[in-house]
Design a protein around this ligand. Structure first.
Ligand SMILES: Cc1cc2nc3c(=O)[nH]c(=O)nc-3n(C[C@H](O)[C@H](O)[C@H](O)COP(=O)(O)OP(=O)(O)OC[C@H]3O[C@@H](n4cnc5c(N)ncnc54)[C@H](O)[C@@H]3O)c2cc1C
Length: 435
């Protein structure tokens, strides 16, 4: 393969371009042949499919997605504060065909990795040379007694966007002023570690304007949470946190924060060792999570309910030629986020093209994650992380001294700029995915 670079080695080139995250793609595999099947048309799956097709147009890339539309979870909390429409979270797959990607709108129901086959719900069988699996998460209803898919129609989790986030918004609108909104946050790891706290902030912002006698009780199965000091600084300034009139009350695990069962008829949850009962007019119950069903039923998960992978190539440690990325995989220090999924997808695309063009060399990747949280009018915070794997693929760790968060005590201009960066990131990632 010709890279047209005289003074750098190919390995160096691969490392450098991987380090810039989503902006560069390290390989061209124009002479490659074979078929890549991608399960899951979300952030990870689309990014991988597009990146492969751009680098190696001759590869046959098939994207299997069970839904006709994608509903983004990222930025969905803004819907609750009435600062974003539900429609602005919805995207079609029409834009993908022009890249030569075949989109199959069906659910994948089984993977037979031994014979390199995927079975679709209609019975059709897709053969593959390499398989990429990015099915996102499912909810572990079993962990909370009394909670299930049907009860979630009354006590929404709103963790898979679309109808659920719409339902939560409708319930908030219908609630009388003076009502209690109860939010339950799970233990780590789960999809988007800062999102429950961004959600509490967005709902507080809504209540402050439209139902000021109401309040939020946030029950947490953890002692500490992502960017806690920054969240609490904003809550103090915006919502009276820590005072008697606070819009938000936060209860960590040690203060009966872990929800263990629900009674939907009584609109009540029970938590902690004392089985403390808390009632809510609206209950947003975010349960623990696990890799999407296709990963579990195909034997790609372990006893953590997530998929173990080689942390350099994201190849499953349980099935050869199957790569798992995004929320479904265990990426050690990398948070489960859209930004992470896109970064991992770039890496997997490079590995797959490399393997299918017969090069076989595996680069060492540096990954990036950035997450924004919008906490109220003109107030956002962010966290950035850099992650590196080792040559044997056994670790994927945060790089010490890199990354960081917004500064505590940041000025109004910085906080406002962070809101603009958050919206700009949303424009960029959805543009990159769907057009
Ligand atoms: C409230 C909230 C706020 C968030 N905010 C942010 C944020 O600000 N920044 C950020 O980076 N991340 C954020 N996230 C996290 C982000 O949404 C996820 O991390 C990201 O979507 C993961 O991408 P993925 O490809 O793993 O899964 P997804 O994007 O969920 O895609 C999975 C796709 O696979 C499909 N699928 C599943 N099973 C099958 C099957 N058997 N056959 C066919 N198709 C299948 C699904 O329909 C879905 O389209 C947020 C999440 C939440 C809940």
């Amino acid at each position: 393969m010709e890279l047209g670079m005289s003074n750098v080695t190919r390995r160096q080139f691969l490392q450098w371009t991987a380090a810039v995250g989503t902006t560069g793609f390290p390989l061209t595999g124009r002479g490659s042949s074979g078929r890549v099947v991608v399960i899951g048309g979300g952030v990870g799956g689309i990014t991988a499919a597009k990146s492969i097709k751009k680098a190696a147009p001759s590869l046959n890339v098939i994207l299997v997605e069970q839904k006709k539309h994608y509903s983004a979870c990222f930025m969905s909390n803004e819907v609750l504060a009435h600062s974003r429409s539900l429609e602005s979270l919805r995207f079609t797959y029409d834009g993908l065909w022009k890249y030569g990607i075949t989109v199959v709108n069906q659910s994948a129901v089984a993977i037979d990795a031994a014979v390199h086959k995927v079975i679709l719900e209609g019975g059709a069988v897709l053969e593959y040379d390499r398989l990429i699996v990015s099915p996102g998460i499912d909810l572990r209803y079993d962990v909370i007694v009394g909670y299930n898919r049907r009860v979630a129609e009354k006590l929404p989790h709103a963790w898979t966007s679309g109808d659920q986030i719409g339902l939560l918004r409708t319930q908030l609108e219908a609630m009388q002023d003076g009502g209690t909104v109860l939010i339950a946050a799970p233990k780590n790891p789960f999809r988007c570690p800062s999102a429950p706290y961004e959600r509490a902030s967005q709902i507080a912002w809504y209540l402050q304007r439209y139902k000021p006698k109401s309040k939020i009780i946030l029950l947490d199965a953890k002692e500490i949470f992502s960017q806690q000091a920054l969240f609490m600084e904003a809550w103090r300034a915006l919502y009276g946190f820590g005072t008697q009139n606070s819009l938000i009350d936060w209860h960590p695990a040690s203060e009966e924060g872990t929800v263990t069962r629900v009674d939907p008829d009584a609109m009540a949850v029970y938590s902690g060792e004392l089985d403390t009962v808390t009632k809510g007019a609206v209950i947003n119950l975010i349960p623990p999570q696990m890799a999407g069903m296709i990963a579990r039923t195909s034997g790609l998960t372990d006893d953590t309910y997530w998929c173990p992978v080689n942390k350099t190539t994201f190849e499953s440690t349980k099935a050869k030629d199957v790569h798992i990325l995004g929320d479904a995989c265990n990426a050690q220090d990398m948070p489960k986020s859209a930004y992470s999924a896109a970064s991992q997808a770039q890496c997997v695309a490079a590995v797959v093209v490399s393997a299918m063009s017969g090069v076989g060399e595996i680069p060492l990747f540096t990954h990036l994650n950035a997450c924004y949280s919008i906490l109220g009018q003109d107030w956002a915070i962010s966290t950035v992380g850099v992650y590196r794997s080792n040559s044997t693929g056994t670790i994927l760790q945060s790089v010490e001294g890199s990354g960081g968060t917004s500064s505590p005590g940041a000025g109004a201009t910085q906080r406002k700029h962070a809101v603009e960066y958050a919206h700009s990131w949303y424009q960029n990632i959805t543009h990159a995915l769907f057009t």
